[in-house]
Design a protein around this ligand. Structure first.
Ligand code: NDP
Length: 279
């Protein structure tokens, strides 16, 4: 049976480390959290982010904007926050209503306050191995691997998914850690054969329980990024946990695997934003 990689535990360790750092070093940080509309899932995510801020001792300032907020109004708010010295990080909860161009909004956030790591500057820095903010979910996965003593160097790593927020930065981070990386997507041929080569398999495909034991090499580390709410109200991932875990060496559960790490790494980025500014 696979070793369970406990994201809940590791994320609380990271939050406790940050809480101590903030207390010991007297770091003062404030995150601006913008939500447009009242999508229930977004409201839960935003609430969890604010709770994490409170726990580690950083301030959060909420901007809850109506569904009918225009793109220009949102851009103007971001301009104000970019100029506000009291604000260290700016987070715009996605998705945005369809009349607002997400790309335009992300690009307007100052790269110095881009705690989600979505700005092209942040992505460019990651690509060329320069310091910068890294997208929280893939950064969290690297922490999960490191803190579970799973070596990346020299390993065959396969990432299923090439989104800008998960798949692509995940591949870049595994590469930066000396993994040999293959990225798969919806047009990939022989997906199962490629996945079966993986020592480390990251599933960010967005399809409930798609990855079963036929995709898994015996003893592989399996990281499940997917989150789906099933008809019975329970959560599941992109990986069929019950089928895969007897074959994997280590595996993340859903819930309690990658999900909690995303918020922990957002907190890491907020502290980084505050200390960078103080330098
Ligand atoms: P996207 O929908 O943006 O990307 C999915 C990727 O999977 C695409 O690159 C797509 O290929 C590829 N894909 C789709 N179907 C197949 C297939 N049959 N075979 C191979 N590849 C396929 O999703 P995200 O990257 O944003 O998220 C992925 C999952 O992770 C979702 O379930 C999401 O809810 C979850 N998530 C979880 C987070 C967390 O904190 N735990 C954070 C972010 C996301 P193509 O590019 O060709 O279309």
């Amino acid at each position: 049976m696979a070793k369970l990689i406990d994201g809940k535990l590791i994320s609380s360790q990271i939050k406790d480390e940050l809480k101590n750092k903030i207390e010991n070093e007297g770091i003062s940080a404030t995150l601006a959290v913008i939500q447009v509309g009242n999508d229930p899932a977004s409201t839960v995510y935003v609430g969890n982010k604010k709770k994490a801020c409170e726990y580690i001792g950083i301030g959060s300032k909420s901007f809850e904007l109506g569904d009918n907020t225009t793109e220009d109004e949102l851009l103007a708010l971001i301009d104000r926050l970019n100029d506000d010295e009291m604000i260290n990080g700016i987070l715009v909860q996605l998705p945005l209503p369809s009349h607002i161009d997400e790309k335009k909004i992300i690009n307007r956030i100052s790269p110095l306050k881009d705690v989600d790591g979505f700005h092209p500057w942040s992505v460019g820095n990651l690509c060329i191995g320069q310091e910068g903010f890294v997208s929280c979910t893939p950064a969290g996965i690297i922490e999960l691997l490191k803190r579970s003593d799973i070596k990346i160097e020299g390993k065959e790593c396969v990432v299923i998914g090439r989104s800008n927020i998960v798949g692509k930065p995940m591949a870049l981070l595994l590469l930066a850690n000396n993994g040999t990386v293959t990225v798969c997507h919806s047009k990939t041929k022989n997906l199962k054969d490629i996945c079966k080569r993986a020592d480390i398999l990251v599933a960010a495909v967005g399809k409930p329980k798609m990855i079963n034991s036929e995709y898994i090499k015996e003893g592989a580390t399996v990281i499940d990024v997917g989150i789906h709410r099933m008809d019975d109200g329970k959560l599941c991932g992109d990986v069929d946990f019950d089928d895969v875990s007897p074959h994997a060496g280590a595996i993340t559960p859903v819930p309690g695997g990658v999900g909690p790490m995303t918020i922990a790494m957002l907190m890491v980025n907020c502290v980084q934003a505050a200390t960078r500014k103080e330098r």
